[in-house]
Design a protein around this ligand. Sequence first.
Ligand SMILES: Nc1ncnc2c1ncn2[C@@H]1O[C@H](COP(=O)(O)OP(=O)(O)OP(=O)(O)O)[C@@H](O)[C@H]1O
Ligand SMILES: [Mg+2]
Length: 316
Amino acid sequence: MSTLVEVKNLKKYFTTPRGLLHAVDDISFSIEEGKTLGVVGESGCGKSTLGRTVIHLLEPTDGQIFFEGEDISKPSKQKLRELRKKMQFIFQDPYSSLNARMNTMEIIMEPLLINGMKKDKAQEAARNIMDVVGVARRLEGVYPHELDGGRRQRIGIARSLVLNPKFIICDEPVSALDVSIQAQILNLMQDLQEQMNLTYIFITHDLSVVKYISDNILVMYLGNMVEFANTKELFRNPLHPYTKALLSAVPTVDIDAPRKRILLEGEIFSPINPKPGCRFASRCRFASEKCRSEQPAAKDVGGGHFVACHNLENVK
Ligand SMILES: Nc1ncnc2c1ncn2[C@@H]1O[C@H](COP(=O)(O)OP(=O)(O)OP(=O)(O)O)[C@@H](O)[C@H]1O
Ligand SMILES: [Mg+2]
């Protein structure tokens, strides 16, 4: 198995009227080909910014991105055009991401036409991918507003697959859908992953979804990676106090291991011109003086389980 994506010390800062917002701050990870990395964390912690920056929908402020072993941190225009075919994005809300004035066929075929394919060939390819994602051919001439959420998301998925990509950022792709439809779309995405050997970053705030779909999980807190581990390991043995609190909020049916919900209190640290120290310290019961003055680096505690915490021996 080979590494498809590697990210080293990635940073994305935004200039705002109040100062420099550190939306993604020094994040490193890698993803093996054909695997799924789940990214979780509260609203505003930088999940979408991370996903967008990895595939150059946003330019990184600093750090390195490798794709198929090649450094793509600062791609030329030509290189970026090549990468655009190999890296795609599936959005949360297919309604706002699909062009309302285009019908199903036009939406799916557009990336092919942009890349110079003749119309009849593009139509054929679009029909094939519609079959693969389960959109009936009778819907070819239908517009997004005439469809339900599940079908719209299937069309969004078809559009992102039509160029035969390798790597897809899925940003909350099922959170706008009814629960019954969510399962269908998640199963479809897993089947497609197997058939096409796709590699995913799957962004969500829904831990049951991420547990189901991910091989590894990256937990973010205010721009930082606080924990990274294999999915089973993370759910069995969460180590960072923030991860513990996050997981404690997931309902469990296991009566032998009832979880006590950990409520987080305290002021939320500002990611604008951040002060030194751990960003979680103001909400952490275990925080010491060191936590408030020195930012902890992510350390491998064994077997590729990374945690960024000064106080691991005290955290229970
Ligand atoms: N283009 C931008 N300009 C300035 N600030 C931005 C921009 N995009 C995002 N931000 C800020 O960066 C931070 C991270 O935002 P981001 O959208 O990545 O979070 P998220 O984890 O995806 O949140 P959600 O779960 O709500 O989607 C937020 O504070 C957000 O306000
Ligand atoms: Mg987001």
